[in-house]
Design a protein around this ligand. Structure first.
Ligand code: G3P
Ligand code: MG
Length: 248
């Protein structure tokens, strides 16, 4: 289902602002906000004991001081990890945040969320439903709801069933022939595509279907300008220090 009103800004910081600061942490959100960004994409998955936390990978190894699978860890296990030192010494001791902590910080600061549902393998439906239910509670009464996105159609379908009114976007790295049908079947408000899958015709076709168009991860200023010329609605970027979040 298309939304007549699009309440989101045109510029979205990727993984918080996960190049200037450790990705998917509160420090990253602060870094993006300091650059003037008002909306943040981040990756959310379930811990082994059913808590929603920010982490891109199924393993904690790349972005924390620990090792092993998120799905095999409790929230207490995850809370002991250092999610900042891998990036730089300045962020030593930065924690793995919960979705609840991030929601509270964003709402307290008048900032917006694009929650990427990033399930651990085999937990797609469970994660989609959990994210949608908790996001509905955490953003209760908010003027602008979080935008939920996922590469997993199973997760998005579970999110749709759990919290039908929360807006959704389907992430696609390449566009299959039936991409419009896939987006509309999930009652998405937007297509969220890799920028190399987009051109003026695709964006026009999405708009004709009632879909907005987001794109990841666009770090080059010339590419960003071209996408906006084609009518792009939202750009997800690591380059929060180069691509200015001007109103469009
Ligand atoms: O949500 C857009 C983008 O974050 C998807 O790719 O791997 O960075 O989560 P990834
Ligand atoms: Mg992501």
């Amino acid at each position: 289902m298309s939304s007549a009103v699009w309440p989101y800004p045109a510029h979205i910081a990727h993984r918080g602002a996960g190049r200037l600061a450790p990705e998917n942490t509160l420090a990253a959100l602060r870094a993006g906000a300091a650059q003037g960004y008002r909306m943040f994409e981040f990756d959310v998955k379930l811990s082994g004991d059913g808590s929603l936390i920010l982490m891109h990978d199924a393993l904690v190894d790349r972005t924390t001081s620990g090792s092993g699978r998120v799905a095999a860890m409790t929230l207490a296990d995850l809370a002991r990890l250092d999610a900042g030192s891998w990036h730089s010494a300045a962020y030593a001791g930065e924690g793995v945040p919960t979705l609840g902590r991030v929601a509270a910080w964003l709402r307290a600061n008048g900032l917006l969320a694009n929650i990427e549902i990033k399930p651990c393998p085999g937990r797609e439906a469970e994660t989609g439903a959990a994210v949608a239910l908790e996001a509905g509670l955490l953003w209760k009464g908010a003027d602008v709801p979080p935008l939920l996105s996922s590469f997993s159609e199973t997760a998005l379908e579970a999110a749709r069933r759990a919290a039908p009114t929360l807006p959704r976007a389907l992430l696609l790295h390449t566009l299959p022939g039936d991409w419009q049908h896939r987006c509309l079947a999930l009652e998405c408000v937007a297509l969220d595509a890799h920028h190399e899958a987009l051109d003026a015709d695709v964006i026009a076709a999405a708009h004709a279907s009632g879909l907005k168009v987001l794109s990841y991860t666009v770090n080059d200023t010339a590419r960003a300008a071209r996408l906006f010329d084609w009518g792009l609605d939202g750009l997800i970027t690591d380059s929060v220090d180069l691509i200015r979040p001007v109103a469009r």
